[in-house]
Design a protein around this ligand. Structure first.
Ligand code: F6R
Length: 613
């Protein structure tokens, strides 16, 4: 799980591609940041230069003063280690024996061990422990045999198995960058007098708005004025596949906030509205619901935050459509896919559309004939492409590693789907359906009011919580998935151990940890008539053990006895409560991270898109 970028330009149009490489790579840092590297063809001398090391991109750039160089073409990489510890030799690019060929790679070459053995027998000298280095040596081997680099490249691709997005530069063809895609994402950005490659769109947005999303199995090369794509030896006609993206560059940048995470929390009102408008003006939800209606078993899956959104769907599906739904964590797909057949539907929730666990779950179900619905934020990503139907969230690019705005837009899209299923099944009437959809328009407003009402109190609360090593977040019914999501946010960005449970379950073990001062956050969700009294009981149980008790709730929970702090997010129904309850939890996580000196945008050991199982 890494990010790659490549640029080749006509020096009369772009005298130096180095700033594009550096900036493009920096925008990919969310994909991994334990080491970084550059390989480029130097202006004038046409020498191939390589700089790489352990560390974040800025550290590597500063160490080698990379920005002082001039290049006509280059490739770059930001790494999240899979094979081999993060150090200089394992950092990409990787080179052949003669240092004429440089390779950057995102993914995993599964059969690298056999290939390496074979190459070593042929006399190749390996420098790193990575799977990627075999690609450089295979290219060298076949190039010697064929004396034609493109043929050598095709032969190399025939040898390697696994997931890859590759970008390759060869000193013998200085203005050409070779590429190939299988499973790992790769796009071409088309410019005037230059072309580029990258793992995602935002990293290229400063330079172009025209993109080609490469499909699995495609490979070829770019030159300043040429794009050449092949698949299985056949030329691919790509011109009709060029898409123009309207996201502004500002959308992909911090917009004046100190961190992407805060910016992304704060823009939830807007992106919820945009997702709402997108969903009412397309037929994505109707088409997906048709598919659910034809199924006699419905599963839903995702990883991390996307799994939590899946649990919210289960709740709404039971409420509005009386439809049982089986949720499961994507990496556990084997147990569940056994139950799938052609009458099964699987909803795969993935903001990036690239999470390998979710993709594998999708494939396992598909192999058994199940129909697949994707919920994704990234057009053209793998999961939507392999699904029968897709509902897109319209959250814009999410750069902070912790998912925030994409979670609530997933919840919104899934609520639309549950409501549509409800009306299609005749559980709710058409007029109820219309009214509920109309009420959902306020999702953004709920987020906005809640942010306004909670921001100050959260700032005070973190002063109290910053010394804590642990905390519980408890909820009931709809509050349970929201508590899971809140605990995940706190854990991943502040490194405080936060655990979520159904509040009633806390008595069955977790309460043993509670001692004076132990923080317990309760989520007060609607309907009050069913939940308030029970939650009151749970608060008293914790208070009796000396816990420090905090309520984040909708209006009506203010008078709970035994609460030390109450955050009233406003008066919201079951339909709108997620948009009000979630932002204070996100802000709590964010503020804790900041006060504890953590980088909320790049939590340690994490990467935005997880493309290894
Ligand atoms: C948590 C987080 C991760 C992702 C998970 C799935 O803040 O970001 O738990 O939710 O890796 O990612 P997607 O939704 O891209 O499949």
């Amino acid at each position: 799980m890494c990010g790659i970028v490549g640029v080749t330009a006509d020096p009369d149009q772009v005298p130096n591609v180095m700033p594009m490489l550096v900036q493009g790579l920096k925008r990919l840092e969310y994909r991994g940041y334990d080491s970084a590297g550059f390989a480029f063809i130097e202006c004038g001398s046409y020498n191939l230069k390589v700089f790489k090391n352990r560390g974040k991109i800025d550290e590597v750039v500063n160490q080698y003063m990379v920005s002082n160089y001039c290049a006509v073409a280059g490739i770059a990489h930001t790494r999240w280690a899979t094979h081999g510890e993060p150090n200089q030799v394992n950092a990409h690019p990787h080179l052949d024996c003669d240092s004429e060929i440089a390779v950057v790679h995102n993914g995993i070459i599964k059969n690298f061990a056999e290939l390496r053995e074979w190459l070593v027998e042929k006399g190749h000298q390996f420098r790193s422990d990575t799977d990627t280095e075999v690609v450089a040596h295979l290219l060298e081997h076949f190039n010697r045999e064929e004396n034609d680099f493109f043929t050598a490249f095709k032969k190399t691709l025939q040898m390697i198995e696994g997931a890859y997005a590759l970008a390759i530069i060869y000193r013998g063809e200085p203005s050409r960058i070779y590429f190939a895609r299988n499973v790992s994402p790769l796009l071409i950005g088309l410019g005037i007098g230059f072309n580029m490659l990258s793992s995602d769109i935002p990293s290229m947005l400063a330079y172009t708005r025209k993109f080609i999303v490469l499909n699995d199995g495609e490979y070829g090369y770019i030159e300043p004025y040429k794009v050449y794509i092949e698949r299985d030896g056949e030329l691919v006609e790509w011109r009709r596949r060029v898409t123009t993206i309207t996201w502004s560059l500002e959308d992909a940048e911090k917009g004046g906030y100190p961190h992407y995470m805060l910016k992304e929390i704060m823009e939830q009102p807007r992106v919820l509205y945009e997702t709402y408008t997108g969903l009412v003006s397309s037929n994505e939800v109707e088409k997906a619901a048709e598919l659910l209606l034809g199924a006699n078993k419905i599963f839903i899956t995702g990883a991390g935050t996307s799994y939590h959104a899946s649990l919210v769907f289960m709740y709404y599906s039971s409420l509005f459509a009386k439809e049982p739904v089986i949720p499961f964590i994507a990496s556990e797909y084997t147990t569940y896919s056994r139950l799938a057949d052609e009458n099964t539907a699987l909803i795969v929730v993935s903001q990036s559309g690239e999470t390998i666990d979710s993709l594998q779950a999708l494939r396992a179900f598909k192999n058994r004939g199940a129909k697949i619905i994707a919920i994704s934020n990234v057009i053209g990503s793998s999961i939507p492409r392999e699904s029968d139907r897709t509902i897109y969230t319209r959250a814009g690019p999410e750069i902070g590693v912790a998912a925030t705005k994409t979670f609530l837009t997933q919840v919104l899209a899934l609520t639309f789907l549950a409501l549509r299923l409800g009306v299609d099944k005749g559980i709710i009437t058409k007029s109820e359906y219309r009214e509920l959809i109309e009420r959902l328009k306020k999702a953004g407003e709920a987020a906005s009011i809640s942010i306004e009402k909670s921001s100050r109190i959260i700032e005070r609360l973190v002063m109290k919580l910053k010394e804590s090593r642990n905390m519980y977040i408890l909820g009931r019914e709809l509050g349970v998935p929201l508590a899971y999501e809140g605990a995940l946010k706190v854990k991943e960005v502040s490194y405080i151990h936060a655990e979520a449970y159904p509040a009633g379950e806390s008595k069955h073990g977790p309460i043993a940890l509670v001692e004076p001062g132990f923080p317990v956050v309760f989520l007060g969700t609607p309907p009050l008539e069913n939940l308030k009294e029970k939650l009151q009981g749970n608060v008293m149980e914790m208070k009796a053990r000396g816990a420090s008790t905090i309520i984040i709730g909708v209006k009506g929970y203010e008078d709970i006895r035994g609460a030390d702090i109450v955050i009233n997010t406003g008066e919201w129904s079951e339909l709108l409560a997620p948009y009000a309850i979630t932002p204070p939890l996100q802000l709590l996580a964010y503020r804790l991270a900041v006060i504890l000196g953590r980088d909320p945008d790049k939590p340690r050991n994490l990467a935005k898109t997880v493309t290894v199982e």
